[in-house]
Design a protein around this ligand. Structure first.
Ligand code: 2RA
Length: 336
């Protein structure tokens, strides 16, 4: 495979390099692309050095089979035609195309086959918070249709990118040294704080991040489920966590749910609260699975169940999910 990474210098771009190497993705040629700011930077992949090329409207994608793009929605929109015109599959991490009818939105554990229908040559990688939740919802939906979901998210600095992670660390240093705290990447100081806002507000009072959970969950799961989210930035560095309450058509027991989650691909059950065992971002960072614990009945709803999940937003929430889509296409022989 000839593989391109667009946005190679970003947090997700760097994770692509690690994951493609770890999973031995079959790469003949690798080409890294970036903006003027990152063009010329060098990164090592499997012992070989690669220089980031400037992303331009030219024929650089002519021989590319798969392009992983993670350079923001504006770049994805502007370069989609350049990237796909010779048949490369563009697996896009931005939100630019997620809700387009002619672009599949794919989490391989849930709807891998949707990736085969891509009239524009584009497959969208969902929002990180949504990806991690639907991996866990899938086995529960198979037990009984999920009608309603409530979510409170606890999202790490990593969701806002590499510079935001650096800003959080810098804020703690500034506070310890009694220096003024710089705030650029978040709406407020994040160190020693939680911020009940991720992305901008929409007309209905929900943020774009919260509306992504509503809309993307329905598209991925081919479901009429209604999903009400409260998305919050917390001061963990990496790995998002979520409290999730679901209402199903028939009551599901805790044991049934635990068994289904434990057997589901991409999920690890870590649920032994008596021994203080439940997933936490410090432990899930750098791991591939979504970790689930605190499974219990919803005391406010006879058909309700609630649980806690935590997973690495840069891996399963972004780069890993995209690579798994490419692996699926490769396995079924659907790459040019
Ligand atoms: C965040 N979900 O955590 C976003 C990133 N896509 O900011």
């Amino acid at each position: 495979m000839n593989v391109a990474i667009v946005g190679a210098s970003g947090a997700v771009g760097q994770e692509f390099l690690r994951i493609l190497a770890e999973r031995e993705f079959p790469i003949d040629n690798l080409v890294l692309f970036g903006s003027e700011r990152s063009a010329g930077k060098k990164y090592t992949f499997k012992g070989k050095e690669y220089e980031v090329k400037l992303l331009q409207h030219n024929d650089d994608f002519k021989d590319i089979d798969v392009a992983f793009t993670s350079a923001g929605g504006g770049t994805s929109k502007e370069y989609a035609e350049t990237i796909t015109k010779y048949g490369a599959v563009m697996i896009d991490n931005s939100s630019a195309f997620r809700m387009c009818d002619d672009v599949p939105l794919v989490v391989p554990e849930c709807n891998a086959e949707d990736a085969l229908k891509r009239p524009r040559g584009i497959i969208a990688n969902p929002n990180c918070t949504t990806i991690m939740m639907v991996v866990v919802l899938k086995p529960l939906e198979q037990l009984s249709h999920i009608k309603r979901i409530h979510i409170a998210s606890y999202q790490s600095a990593s969701g806002a990118g590499a510079a935001a992670m650096a800003e959080l660390q810098e804020q703690y240093r500034e506070l310890v040294n009694n220096e003024p705290v710089k705030v650029e990447k978040f709406p407020h100081q994040l160190a020693y704080n939680v911020i009940p806002q991720i992305d901008v507000f929409t007309d209905n009072g929900y943020t774009k991040e919260e509306m992504k959970m509503f809309n993307e969950t329905r598209k991925i799961m081919h479901s009429d489920v209604r999903c009400s989210a409260m998305c919050v930035r917390v001061s963990s560095l990496r790995s998002h966590s979520e409290s999730v309450w679901i209402e199903t058509e028939r009551p599901i027991s805790v044991e049934e749910a635990q068994k289904a989650i434990a057997a589901a691909p991409g999920c690890t059950l870590k649920d032994d609260p008596q021994n203080l065992v439940y997933p936490m971002p410090l432990e899930t960072a750098g791991k591939d699975d979504v970790f689930v614990g605190r499974v219990r009945k919803d005391l406010a709803d006879d058909c309700g169940l609630t649980f806690w999940l935590s997973g690495d937003q840069i891996r399963k929430g972004a780069a890993l999910n995209a690579v798994q889509i490419a692996e699926y296409l490769y396995k079924v022989g659907d790459l040019k």
